[in-house]
Design a protein around this ligand. Structure first.
Ligand SMILES: Nc1nc2c(c(=O)[nH]1)N[C@H]1C(S)=C(S)[C@@H](COP(=O)(O)O)O[C@H]1N2
Ligand SMILES: [Mo]
Length: 171
């Protein structure tokens, strides 16, 4: 029967089980919070999530085609992008965004980080959210589903063009 030693065992076992369950729950919540999928962009300010948009929703916004040649290490590549102004995307999430923040920090699924100023976003014919090139949907890093990228028409080189875009942090 459960003497003093027996009940100590029960308590210790119960505590271990409780700890394992808690670690599991926190691990799960954390992994869920961190998991960013291509084909979807999360908008964040400090630690607050302002909203999310999928490539299917972006396709419903006013679309334009933009021709451009990009200089990169792989040489000059010719593009005909199908895109929507990043400004339209912000206004779709919340029209207050463009008034409330100055910096737009863009992050790819590979953790590539770049950015533009809100002033550039407000310019005509400059910052676009692209989802197709030469008539074909942009391929994700793994080459499977659709993805999105930021393109800045005024930039001669492609360094600031965040591919595989998954997150936009506003400051
Ligand atoms: N996510 C992500 N975006 C990125 C990069 C990267 O490594 N990862 N490289 C940048 C650089 S240096 C250039 S020149 C262009 C290259 O564009 P491309 O992928 O169309 O060749 O993407 C930019 N965007
Ligand atoms: Mo580059």
């Amino acid at each position: 029967m459960a003497g003093p030693r027996g009940s100590l065992k029960v308590i210790v076992t119960a505590l271990i089980v409780l700890l394992v369950v808690l670690v599991g729950i926190f691990g799960y919540l954390n992994a869920r919070g961190e998991k960013l999928e291509e084909g979807k962009i999360r908008f964040k300010a400090a630690n607050e999530i302002l909203g999310e948009i999928t490539v299917e929703e972006v396709k419903q916004l006013p679309a334009v085609n933009k021709k451009m040649a990009i200089s990169s290490t792989s040489g000059l590549t010719k593009h005909n992008f199908t895109c929507t102004p990043l400004l339209e995307v912000f206004n779709h999430i919340d029209p207050e965004i463009v008034k409330s923040y100055e910096k737009v920090i863009t992050r790819g699924v590979d953790n590539y980080v770049s950015g533009v100023n809100m002033e550039e976003v407000l310019e005509k014919n400059n910052v676009y959210l692209v989802y197709a090139d030469n008539g074909a949907p942009l391929k994700s890093k793994t080459g499977t589903e659709g993805t999105m990228r930021i393109v800045i028409l005024d930039d001669l080189y492609g360094q600031r063009f965040t591919n595989y875009l998954v997150e936009i942090q506003l400051e």
